[in-house]
Design a protein around this ligand. Structure first.
Ligand code: PAP
Length: 289
């Protein structure tokens, strides 16, 4: 007999019935919306989740115990997790690194109340939206075709995206970083692209392991930049042919890695719609994209 395999991420995207009896009642009481692929999204404490992932969210909230020396990488989907994970992995001398998309308000208690550090990476919402649209289209069944871009835009601007509303995700960590800068480092993808070297040194300082004179002289920073560059990571064998434990092919995580790619897909008016929503939602926060 074949041991039963857990469903792959792709299979999960196509089914809606992965629930434990314990949370079935809770799940069915949550507001629901049609998702970007095939399965529905559920609104849980102000954020939209893939139905089949909520079990793991509950388990993580209830059981995850962080170690005070842990560093957690947090992102909203498609903001550059893969890139920053590689950089932090190099900075931490190849230590295991935890990464999550959970909103700040839904982080396990042990994370919020311990001395562990969080690095939060966000990205211009227009590029995030386009990256997300491409990514989820890859999981849609052939008969459904691509999600029409305008339909995706309506969802994104209405806050209905995985771990969205996007603005609430970003605002949660922006506020936490303003209040506890020693605990939460707030980083923008665009700043990383503009001067990766400066940001890598900022990350090292935040992690409490600044580069020493010798490392600065012998090109350690430049080595990390080269190793973690889009070209190098996307060309590596493991990323061309490997898969994540979820079943997603690593190559799906590398598309273009550029700033401003949204102009190749959206009209100026569509871009202004996202700008308008973000301006309204971020008003008074001091955060701008
Ligand atoms: P995830 O949410 O599925 O984990 P994540 O890694 O956060 O995805 O984001 C993927 C984006 O980061 C892709 O952007 P794009 O669709 O606009 O191209 C991907 O190309 C980009 N990316 C991946 N690696 C790098 C890198 N080394 N440098 C810059 N951007 C990168």
């Amino acid at each position: 007999m074949q041991p039963s395999q857990p469903p792959s991420l792709i299979e999960n995207y196509l089914r809606d019935d992965v629930k434990s009896p314990e949370c079935e009642d809770l799940l069915s009481s949550l507001p629901s919306e049609e998702g970007w692929v095939q399965t529905s999204l559920r609104l849980y404490r102000g954020f939209w989740f893939l139905s089949w992932l909520l079990n793991s969210v509950f388990a993580c909230q209830n059981q995850f115990q962080v170690h005070p020396s842990d560093i957690l990488l947090v992102t909203s989907p498609k903001c550059g997790t893969t890139w920053l994970k590689a950089i932090l992995f190099a900075l931490l001398n190849h230590a295991e690194l935890l990464a999550t998309h959970l909103p700040y308000s839904l982080l396990p208690r042990s994370v919020r109340h311990s001395n562990c550090k969080l690095v939060y990476l966000c990205r211009n919402p227009k590029d995030t939206f386009i990256s997300m649209w491409h990514y989820f289209n890859k999981f849609r069944p052939e008969e459904k075709g691509q999600l029409p871009l305008l339909e995706g835009l309506d969802k994104f601007c209405g806050g209905i995206s995985v771990y969205g509303p996007y603005w609430d995700h970003v605002l949660g960590y922006h506020k936490a970083s303003s209040e506890m800068p020693e605990k939460v480092l707030f980083v923008k993808y665009e700043e990383m692209k503009a001067d990766t070297s400066v940001q890598v040194r900022r990350l090292a300082d935040f992690n409490g392991r600044p580069f020493n004179e010798e490392e600065l002289r012998n090109g350690t920073v430049e080595g990390i930049l080269r190793m973690c560059s889009f070209d190098n990571l996307s060309a590596s064998e493991v990323n061309r042919s490997g898969k994540l434990p979820t079943g997603v092919e690593n190559k799906r995580l590398f598309r273009k890695g550029e700033v401003g790619d949204w102009v190749n897909y959206m009209s100026a008016e569509m871009g202004e719609r996202i700008d308008g929503v973000m301006e309204e939602k971020l008003h008074g926060s001091g955060l701008k994209f």
